[in-house]
Design a protein around this ligand. Structure first.
Ligand code: ARG
Length: 461
């Protein structure tokens, strides 16, 4: 006989299709350990409010302990008749503590304040796992940067050759954005660390309970200031969904580059066999599936965020059953990321970069033209004319079919009187890179300082 939590005013049980629509244990069972932790804390405040005797509290905690063990071992599982995780666990408690004692625990709480609290707890733990996974990816990027500290990369804007940079500089740029994602999750946690327990259905509790004590026991920094907000708001879930969607977009941008770098046309990298796949028909293929799945899953995480926002947008306060739709998208985002992290870290960490090819391509497309202009500025030429003269160098070199460094002394002097042969100092990729030595720039010394700061930040975590 199913134990509904609200039998009293009903003459019959729910229709089968009603129950099927309503059921959520196939996804909210993840919250079971948090639900039991909440019940323990709640039992203690009931005791302190004089609503459970000391003996009753002890018996309740023993029963909850057995239930927790049985949930962990799989001996206790939800049935199709259990509407949700809370219903199932109440049945489990009644079976272990007896109906008399077990029936006392629900006083002063509602599934509305429970679910809002447990979802926050799950997300806060998930955020910690996501941070660890992200840091593993950052580690892989920084390890590659240290493996190739001085290798050159043709830096691009608009995907066109722009200016040469250090490969390490570029890899570290990705590390920076991922560390901001980590920062976002930590900032989020400060706001998420408020417990709605004690809000009841929406109006709070009349039983003299202590929401702050529950909050503290459950690892929150405080309890919510407003019980209506505590049960109705899900911006904590949406903000989390944004933080992880942004993270997945940052991972997708890395992935996109690996895919491009791995083409025959670019030829920048070779993927390790362990992190590539073959084709069932074309024997020569070695495909960047990890990167493609990363790029693909970012679309899924964006969808999870927008789906959740759409679920929330027209809900009046306080709790509505629509809110049951809040959990699956966010659970899914976390689960997809947990699949991705080890694969991305593995793929990135084992990439072989073809540094000779990278160096060879770096000056292509007259990427040192800006260096000519800036060299002229250092000789006192206004940038406007310097830019003009450097542009003319490009035009002449292009006409001859040579590089900028092959312009003759005469050709240079004809373009601008200040263009003496010593301009060739900056017409090497190494010279160009070394000259960009202000904070944040691509000069090897600056890039290795950046890397030291990254390593220090990784060590903080
Ligand atoms: N299972 C619901 C959820 O996930 C919580 C139950 C609240 N149900 C209710 N009828 N008030 O949001």
């Amino acid at each position: 006989q199913p134990v509904a939590l609200w039998g009293g005013r009903f003459a019959s049980g729910p229709a089968e299709a009603m129950a099927a629509l309503s059921a959520s244990t196939h996804f909210d069972w993840r919250l079971a350990p948090y639900d039991i932790a909440g019940s323990r804390a709640h039992a203690r405040v009931l005791h302190r409010a004089g609503l459970l005797t000391g003996d009753e509290l002890d018996a309740m905690l023993v029963a909850l302990g057995t239930l927790a063990d049985d949930v962990a071992s799989g001996a206790f599982t939800p049935t199709i008749a259990d509407e949700d995780v809370h219903t199932a666990l109440e049945r489990g408690l009644l079976e272990r503590a007896g109906a008399e004692l077990g029936g006392k625990l629900r006083a002063g709480r509602s599934r509305n304040d429970q679910v809002a609290t447990l979802f926050r707890m799950w997300l806060r733990d998930a955020a910690r796992r996501v941070v660890i996974g992200t840091l593993d990816v950052v580690d892989a990027l920084v390890a590659q940067a240290s493996r190739y500290p001085e290798a050159i990369l043709p830096g691009r804007t608009h995907l066109q050759h722009a200016q040469p940079v250090l490969l390490a500089h570029h890899l570290q740029a990705h590390a920076q954005s991922l560390l901001r994602d980590v920062g976002r999750l930590r900032d989020w946690d400060v706001r998420a660390a408020e417990s709605p327990y004690g809000s009841g259905a929406l109006a709070g509790s009349s039983l003299g309970l202590d929401p702050e004590a529950v909050a503290e026991e459950l690892g929150f920094s405080t309890s919510v200031d407003n019980s209506i907000d505590g049960t109705a708001s899900r911006d904590f879930a949406a903000e989390f969904a944004f933080a992880v969607a942004m993270l997945s977009v940052n991972l997708s941008r890395i992935a996109e580059e690996v895919i491009v770098w791995n083409t025959a046309e670019f030829g920048y990298v070779t993927l390790d066999d362990a992190w590539a796949t073959g084709s069932s028909i074309m024997p020569q293929k070695k495909n960047p599936d990890v990167a493609e799945l990363t790029r693909g899953k970012s679309g899924r995480l964006i969808g999870n965020l927008t789906g959740l926002l759409a679920t929330l947008k027209a809900q009046p306060l306080a709790y509505n059953r629509d809110l049951q739709e809040d959990k699956e998208p966010v659970f899914d985002s976390v689960e997809q990321l947990e699949l991705l992290f080890p694969a991305i870290a593995g793929m990135l960490g084992t990439l072989t970069f073809h540094t000779e090819r990278l160096a060879e391509l770096a000056p292509a497309g007259f990427t040192l033209a800006t260096d000519i202009a800036e060299w002229l500025v250092r000789q006192g030429v206004p940038f406007r004319s310097a830019h003009e003269a450097a542009g003319e160098c490009v035009r002449v070199a292009e006409g001859k079919g040579t590089g900028l460094d092959e312009l003759t002394d005469d050709e240079l002097a004809k373009i601008h009187s200040a263009l003496t042969p010593s301009v060739r100092e900056v017409l090497t990729v190494e010279g160009s890179v070394a000259s960009r030595d202000a904070r944040g720039g691509t000069a090897p010394a600056r890039v290795s300082e950046q890397r030291e700061r990254l390593v220090a930040r990784l060590a903080e975590h």
